[in-house]
Design a protein around this ligand. Structure first.
Ligand SMILES: Cc1ncc(COP(=O)(O)O)c(C=O)c1O
Length: 429
C-alpha cells in the first residue's frame, strides 16, 4: 500500500524534502509526520482535505478534532470575513470577547468566569497556576496517559512506559510536584494521594492521545467526591470533549461538574484558541486589578481573545447550542464504533473500538481497553498499516490517533470508511 501512496504523492514528497531543510522533521508538530512522509495539504472544504497532488481525503482527523462543523463551514467563513474588515487583532478589550464569555458561561455548567488563551497548552499552564494560587498548595496530580499539552509540569506520564521522560529538557524541579494517577481506578487514586497535599487533579474525560478511552461515570463521580473530601480542585481538560460530547461538554454528558475547566479546539471555530474557566470565587484570583502582587494569579498574552478567534468561536457555539447537531454526531459515533467492531469481528481480526460521543479509535488487541496502558499494548504496527492503507485510499486519520466526526461527514463518507475497513480486515485476517 505504501507503493500506492508513493505513486499518488510525488509533489508531497518534493515538499517534504524542501520542508526538512527548514522545519525539523519537515513539520510544525511532530505528530503530523508519518512514514514514508506526510502529504501536504493544499486546501480543505467540508469533510475533505485536498493535497498538493490533487488527491482527496475524507478527513477524520479534522484539524486535531477541532473542526466539528467541518472545514470552512459557510456560517463561520461569513462571520470571519465580516470581522476581517473590522480588524484582525486589537490588543484592547472588545465586545466579541464578552459575547463569547457569556456564551460559554451559558452552556458550560462549571463556567461563571473565563479567560481566553491561544492554545490548550497555555490554558493548562495558567489553570495549574491558578489552582496553586487558590489552594495555597504546590503539588498537582494528573492521570497516566493524559495529554494536556507541552507545559512542563503536565508533560509527564503521557506515553507508556511512564517512567521515561516525555521530552528532553524537563527539569526534575518542574516534575517533582506532579503526582501520576491510574485512570479509571479510584482505589489506585486514593492510594497514590495518601498523605499528599494536592492543589488539583486534572483529567481528560476521554483520553485523547491515550487512545480515545472514556472515563467510567462512577469513577468520575468518585473522583468528584474525593476532591471534595480532600479540598482538591477538580479540573476537566475539555480541550477535545468541550462542545463535542454535549454543548456543555463532558461535564454535561457525564453529569459531573468540575471546579475548573480547560477548553480549546472547537471553541476557536477553526482558529487558534484555549481558555480556562470556573467559579467566580476561583477565577477572581486572576483579577490583577483587584489583587496585588503576589495575591493574583497571572494570566495574559498578546493575542489573548483575538477578535477573529472570538468571532469564529461564537458562530460555532451558536450553531451547536441547541444540541441537535451534537446528538446526531453522537448517534453516528455510536454507529461507527459498532460498525467498525462488527467488521473486525466478522473477519476474525482482534480489535477494540473505543471512544465516546463522536470520538473513536481502533486498537488491534484482544484486551478490553480501559486505560492508556492497555491501549499502548495493542499492535501499533498493525494500526499504522491500517491507517496507511486507508490514507492511500482517500480516508484520512492521523496515523495512530483518534478519529472524530463532523457535521460535514455524509453517509457516503461513512460508507467509504466502512468499505475500506472491510477491505483491510478481509486481507489481513
Ligand atoms: C486534551 C488536550 N489538552 C490540551 C491540549 C493542548 O492543546 P494545544 O495543542 O492547543 O496546545 C490538547 C491538544 O491536543 C488536548 O487534546
Amino acid at each position: 500500500m505504501t507503493n500506492e501512496y508513493l505513486r499518488k504523492t510525488a509533489k508531497s514528497k518534493t515538499l517534504y524534502k524542501r520542508a526538512k531543510q527548514f522545519l525539523p522533521a519537515g513539520v510544525s508538530y511532530g505528530i503530523r509526520s508519518f512514514e514514508p512522509y506526510p502529504f501536504y495539504t493544499a486546501r480543505a472544504e467540508g469533510s475533505r482535505l485536498y493535497d498538493v497532488d490533487g488527491n482527496e481525503y475524507i478527513d477524520f482527523w479534522l484539524g486535531h478534532t477541532a473542526l466539528i462543523l467541518g472545514h470552512s463551514h459557510p456560517t463561520i467563513v461569513a462571520a470571519v470575513e465580516k470581522q476581517l474588515k473590522n480588524g484582525t487583532h486589537y490588543g484592547t478589550p472588545h465586545e466579541l470577547e464578552i459575547n463569547l464569555a457569556e456564551q460559554v458561561a451559558k452552556i458550560v455548567p462549571s463556567c461563571e468566569m473565563i479567560r481566553f488563551t491561544n492554545s490548550g497548552t497555555e490554558a493548562n499552564m495558567y489553570v495549574t497556576r491558578l489552582a496553586r494560587t487558590f489552594t495555597g498548595k504546590e503539588k498537582i496530580a494528573k492521570f497516566e496517559g493524559g495529554w494536556h499539552g507541552g507545559y512542563d509540569a503536565l508533560h509527564v506520564g503521557v506515553k507508556y512506559p511512564f517512567d521515561i521522560p516525555e521530552s528532553a529538557g524537563l527539569t526534575k524541579g518542574s516534575l517533582q510536584d506532579t503526582v501520576l494517577l491510574p485512570f479509571n481506578n479510584l482505589e489506585g487514586v486514593r492510594a497514590k494521594l495518601k498523605n499528599q497535599q494536592i492543589a488539583s487533579i486534572i483529567i481528560e474525560p476521554v483520553l485523547g492521545s491515550g487512545g480515545g478511552v472514556p472515563v467510567e461515570t462512577e469513577f468520575l463521580k468518585g473522583l468528584r467526591e474525593l476532591c471534595d473530601e480532600r479540598d482538591i480542585l477538580l479540573i476537566f481538560d475539555e480541550v477535545i470533549t468541550g462542545f463535542r460530547l454535549a454543548p456543555g461538554g463532558a461535564q454535561e454528558y457525564y453529569g459531573v461538574t468540575p471546579d475548573l475547566t480547560v477548553l480549546g479546539k472547537i471553541l476557536g471555530g477553526g482558529f487558534p484558541i484555549g481558555a480556562f474557566c470556573g467559579s467566580r470565587e476561583i477565577m477572581e484570583r486572576v483579577d490583577s486589578v483587584a489583587h496585588k502582587r503576589p495575591y493574583y494569579s497571572f494570566h495574559g498574552g498578546t493575542f489573548a481573545a483575538n477578535p477573529i478567534a472570538m468571532t469564529a468561536g461564537l458562530a460555532t457555539l451558536k450553531t451547536l447550542e441547541d444540541g441537535r447537531l451534537i446528538d446526531g454526531l453522537n448517534a453516528l459515533g455510536e454507529k461507527t464504533r459498532r460498525k467498525l467492531s462488527g467488521i473486525f469481528e466478522s473477519n476474525g481480526v482482534d480489535a477494540q473500538v473505543t471512544g465516546a460521543g463522536s470520538i473513536f479509535n481502533v486498537h488491534f488487541t484482544k484486551e478490553n481497553v480501559k486505560d492508556a496502558i492497555a491501549a499502548s499494548k495493542a499492535d501499533k504496527e498493525r494500526l499504522l498499516e491500517y491507517d496507511l492503507q486507508l490514507i492511500a485510499n482517500g480516508v484520512f486519520f492521523l496515523p495512530t490517533h483518534n478519529g472524530a466526526l463532523s457535521t460535514a461527514h455524509s453517509e457516503m463518507d461513512m460508507e467509504k470508511l466502512f468499505s475500506e475497513t472491510e477491505k483491510y480486515a478481509m486481507q489481513s485476517s
